[in-house]
Every structure is written in structure tokens, then in C-alpha cells.
Ligand binder design. Sequence first.
Ligand SMILES: Cc1cc2nc3c(=O)[nH]c(=O)nc-3n(C[C@H](O)[C@H](O)[C@H](O)COP(=O)(O)OP(=O)(O)OC[C@H]3O[C@@H](n4cnc5c(N)ncnc54)[C@H](O)[C@@H]3O)c2cc1C
Length: 464
Amino acid sequence: MTTTTPVHYDTLIIGGGQAGVPLAYALAGAGQRVALAERKHLGGSCVNFGCTPTKAAIASADLARRSTRAAEFGLVGAALRPDLAAVLARAQRIADASRLSLEEGLGADGGPEWLRAHARLGGRDGELFRVQLTPQDGAPFSVTAKSVVLNTGTRTALPPIDGLNSVEFIHSGNWLRRPKLPGHLLIVGGGYIGLEMSQFYRRMGAEVTVVHGAAEVLDREDPEVSAALRTILEAEGVRFALGHHAASVERSGPGLRLHLDGGEVLEGTHLFLATGRLANTDDLGLETVDLQPGKGGVLTVDERLATPVAGLWAAGDIRGGPMFTHTAWDDYRILESQLIGDGSRTTERIVPYAVFTEPNLARVGLSEPEARASGTAIKVARFEMKQDGKAREIGAAQGFIKLVSDAHSGHLLGATLLCESGAELIHSYIDVMNAQAPVSVIQNAVHIHPTLSEAVQSAVSTLA
Ligand SMILES: Cc1cc2nc3c(=O)[nH]c(=O)nc-3n(C[C@H](O)[C@H](O)[C@H](O)COP(=O)(O)OP(=O)(O)OC[C@H]3O[C@@H](n4cnc5c(N)ncnc54)[C@H](O)[C@@H]3O)c2cc1C
């Protein structure tokens, strides 16, 4: 019998998501021997089925919606007809191009190595981690590493709905491979994925009903804002069944029947599950290093992203806290700082996010209810987008901007933008918050006319 000594790496990164890929390059660039174990596609959820293709598809839906308003803009002719299969094909092409650009550089001399395999911790040899790799094709093998970074992301969490295994369902992982337009799509989950998808499929031409357990969609947001967004979606024809959970589902002819816990029965043709994400930590061999994941499979980390096991780090969605691409990507900068830098960068950061419905809902810092609950003396502003000239000119005057500032220091505590391009406009507020500058900086600046950015400034002027 022959035994081969396992290849040794300074750092092994498990999962080629938003933190793993740039971190692999950074560590290799600093002279480390680095391997990136990715069992499927580089880029992870964001590139392959999340942010990239959803936003590409939403762009098609927005265009389709605009075309229905052509007469309002003085244009004559029939509205464009959406073709879901073509829309998804475009989104897939854009995702593929992003993934391929990530793959291009891996494996070059001196760069990180890509181990195309499922990786699992296999205990320790003294200070070194043993990691077992199982390629899709080919024999399993082991490697050792001084440090291991886990960046394994999440998958769709399946809700406890009786009969789920007897019906087909769509979810964030397979929606791109479902080109047939649903007649009536039942979406379970009124969080950000559920809402983005509700508007997308509605604009593609489907009937859509969203079932959400809480009394309002986006139930962690300012209720006034969530209700305003729901009302906008309702005006487009999206229906909502709020305050009830989906209890069971059954096939009914070519469609299905969804029974809610209050007794109501919804008839639909397709089911989309958008009820949260589950961390991919259950098949990582964590027990071999005495690490137990918490609720939802997330790992406990400190502000450096270190797990309680020395040398084992976690990045991205699995480390608990905000689950966004920009935070996963920022985790790479934290780990770069911790592993090869001066250690000064940590999870002390201001985290913005957006729901990419039209209009966008963009958020940073505290909402009004959160600021009030904190007991701080605050000022609140609400600026209606219909007061902004550019918003009226481009026919996008729905929504508002809400700001909360510290009444004493004049610093911005939070901003909520429910408006056209809100996810772009919010960056002025993010920047003053990061600069720890008073919000009057925006008020005193000169903004270009006519722009939506004038609304960003006008909102500050109405802080009272
Ligand atoms: C539909 C949808 C839309 C979204 N839209 C947005 C958005 O607009 N903006 C935003 O900021 N965020 C969005 N997100 C969230 C965003 O995609 C995630 O927060 C981000 O991708 C997290 O990155 P990550 O690095 O933690 O993991 P991921 O990107 O999920 O990558 C994890 C990788 O690890 C691999 N892997 C897992 N286990 C193993 C193993 N044992 N061995 C080897 N490889 C393994 C997986 O194959 C995967 O490639 C969206 C998510 C979804 C589902």
C-alpha cells in the first residue's frame, strides 16, 4: 500500500463566493500558497442565481412596464410583450459572463489553485487542519492547511409545508431554469426575494399572490415604508395574503392548492418558495474540530471573523449578521487585514442594503421606529418624490425619502429611500455617515439640476 503526503497550503478557502475569490487572490499575491475549494461555480449565489441574474431579469421587467406607459410619454404603438424564456436567457448569459471572468485567472502561476471539489474538515494534525476533498469526477483526496476560511454561503430554506415533496416548486436556486410563464404564481415569503420576484413575474404577465406570515411584508422595516411598497405592488396587480402561513399544499389538476393556516385556500399554477436561507454548514465536518453551528446553521464569529477554533475563519452569509454580497465582499477585506495586514479592519461597519423592486427600497442605519426605540432625541424628515422636478419629468414620482438625524449632533442616524434609483441615491447618505460628518454637508453642497439627487438634498432641508 502506498500513502502520499497530502499537499499543504498556507490557507485553504472553502467556497468560492463573494469573499473567497478575492481573498484567494489577495493571499496568493502576498506570497501564500493558497487553494480555493469550490464544488460548483465560482461567484456563488450572487453571480450564478442571485443578484446578477435577478437584476438582469428585473431590468427586462422594468422595460416591459415602461412600455405599457408609452402613451403617457407621447409614444404610440402596442406595448412590448415580455417573453420569459428570452428574458431568462439574457439573465443567464450575463451571469455566465460574470462567472467566466472569475474563472479566467485561477490556476495561473503563483496564483490561487482551484480545487473543484466538495470540501470537508477532517480534524487536525497538531496545528494543521486536515481537509477532505471530493471532486464530482475523480478520486477523493486530502490536503492540509494552516488556516481555513469557510465561505460556503446559503441555500433556500424549505418551510414546513405539508405535502411539499409531492409538488414541484420554484426557488432562488432554480428559477433561471423555469422558462414557462406561470399562469398564477403563489409566492410564499414576503421578504426581499419574495417581493422582487412578485413584481418581476407580475410584469412578465403572471397573476401573482404573495403569502406572508406576518401582518405586513418586510416586517423588520418601518411599517409605514413596508405598507407603502406593498401598496405600490398592489397597484400593479400583485395580491397579498398577509398574517397567514402556508400550512399544506396539494396538486390540483395541472395546478396546485395552497392551504393557509387560517383555512383560506389559494389556487395557483406554480409555487415559489422565498422563506429564507439556510447556511451550508451541515456537511463541512465542523464536528471534527468541535464546532457547533447555531440557528439556521450560522457560525459564531468575533469582529475579526474568527470562529472559536484557532485558525478557522468564516466569511459571508454563514457568519451570521447581514447577508448581502457587499458585506460578504467586505469580509474579504477584513480577512485580508487579519491574515496578512495590520488587523485593523473589523466588522465595525455601516451596512446599507436595498430591495430592487421598482421603486427601490434602500436603507442605511436606523429606521424611524428603531431610532425612537433607542431613546435618542431625533429629527425626522419625509420628502415626497413628487416634489422633485426630475422625478416628475421622467414619470417616476412615486415614493419618498425618510431621514432620521441626531437632534443634538446633526449626524444622520438613518435613511430610507423608497423611490426611483433609491439604491443609487442612498450613497450620499452612506458617505456622510461613514465620514461622521453632519448631514448639513449635503444641504450645503451644490447638486446638479435637474436630478433625483436634488431630492436627496431637499430631504435634508426638511429635517425638523
Ligand atoms: C435570489 C437572490 C437575490 C439576491 N440579490 C441580492 C442583491 O441584490 N444584493 C445583495 O447584496 N445580495 C443579494 N443576494 C444575497 C447574496 O447573493 C449573498 O449574500 C452572497 O452571495 C453571499 O455570498 P457568500 O460569499 O456568503 O456565499 P455564496 O455566494 O453563496 O458562495 C458560497 C459558495 O460555496 C460553495 N460551497 C458550499 N459548500 C461547499 C463545500 N463544502 N465545498 C466546496 N464549495 C462549497 C457553493 O457552491 C458556493 O459557490 C441575493 C440572494 C439571492 C438568493
